[in-house]
Design a protein around this ligand. Structure first.
Ligand code: ATP
Length: 269
């Protein structure tokens, strides 16, 4: 069976400055964590151990994948990205063997970040979640996370929208050392994300002047929705033979994004 779950994933050139709207305290904790990882000898001298695992949880589209990519880039690690669902619903033993080869391949390319999105599909509570096969796959994940010396230089990052579904054994310190909530952005956060996604875009003067108001009026939007808003506005401008995004493009894109969140069936023409 073809297995793409254990291959290195190309890493976009994302840094922490491309992730907007993170709570200040969280940003500081992440920066401190990165320092520890980047300077393991110094950290060991002062008795701090590098974290083995980080859990990011929060609503869809808030930048958890983006943050994992930025962390990998900041620490100069290769990136192995997979989704929890890629390890389930397989023939006997395949899920467990995929987990094993993911870790084995990452260990060959240290320093490495192993990122598993939708980790709840793989590490859901054992009593309520799936049968024997799912349990074997989770057990293999726990074994790999407990890899001791073999895991030096490996940072495991997991993301989920459903932290409440995760098995307690998976969340144990030593496996998951830090848990960060990645929330929907507040007004200030939305403005940061708007600034990130308008970098390099050609905006009409009135649009550029109204970005603060846009941040205020997009309550409930995720970073992914803000990003798709500007993509949609840009596409409309291009379709109409213009190079600059005007107010109409933006209003059109806002309507589509609001409609899109109630009806996923709508696609951009
Ligand atoms: P899911 O829970 O659905 O997997 P996610 O939290 O992992 O979602 P991402 O995949 O990181 O979300 O976000 C998708 C895209 O939306 C990003 O590539 C980026 O363009 C944009 N985006 C999301 N959140 C942010 C953010 N906080 N700052 C800047 N851009 C963001």
């Amino acid at each position: 069976m073809k297995n793409s779950t254990s291959k290195e994933t190309p890493l976009p050139s994302i840094t922490l400055s491309d992730v907007g709207g993170l709570p200040e305290e969280m940003k500081e904790e992440i920066l401190q964590t990165l320092e520890i990882i980047k300077e393991p000898d110094r950290s060991a001298r002062i008795g701090i151990e590098a974290p083995k695992g980080i859990l990011l949880y929060g609503p869809p589209g808030t930048g958890k994948t983006l943050l994992a990519q930025a962390i990998a880039r900041e620490i100069g690690a290769s990136f192995f990205s997979s989704s929890g669902s890629a390890f389930t619903e397989l023939f006997v033993g395949v899920g467990a063997s995929r987990v094993r080869s993911l870790f084995e391949n990452a260990r060959k390319q240290k320093p490495a970040v192993i990122f598993i999105d939708e980790v709840d599909a793989l590490a859901g509570k054992r009593k309520t979640h799936g049968g024997e096969e799912t349990e074997k796959t989770l057990t293999e994940l726990l074994v790999q996370l407990d890899g001791g010396h073999d895991n030096e230089g490996i940072l495991f990052i997991a993301a989920t929208n459903r932290k409440d579904m995760l098995d307690d054994a998976f969340l144990r310190p030593g496996r998951i050392d830090f848990t960060f909530h990645v929330p929907l952005p507040d007004t200030k956060g939305r403005k940061e994300i708007i600034d990130i996604h308008t970098r390099g875009r050609n905006l009409a003067r009135d649009v550029a002047a109204s970005l603060g108001t846009l941040a205020e009026s997009t309550s409930g939007f995720s970073g992914a929705q803000i990003s798709s808003l500007f993509d949609s506005a840009s596409r409309k401008a291009v379709r109409e033979g213009r190079e600059q995004i005007n107010k109409d493009d933006l209003d059109y894109a806002i309507d589509r994004t609001i409609l899109g969140s109630t009806s996923r069936a709508l696609n951009d023409p």
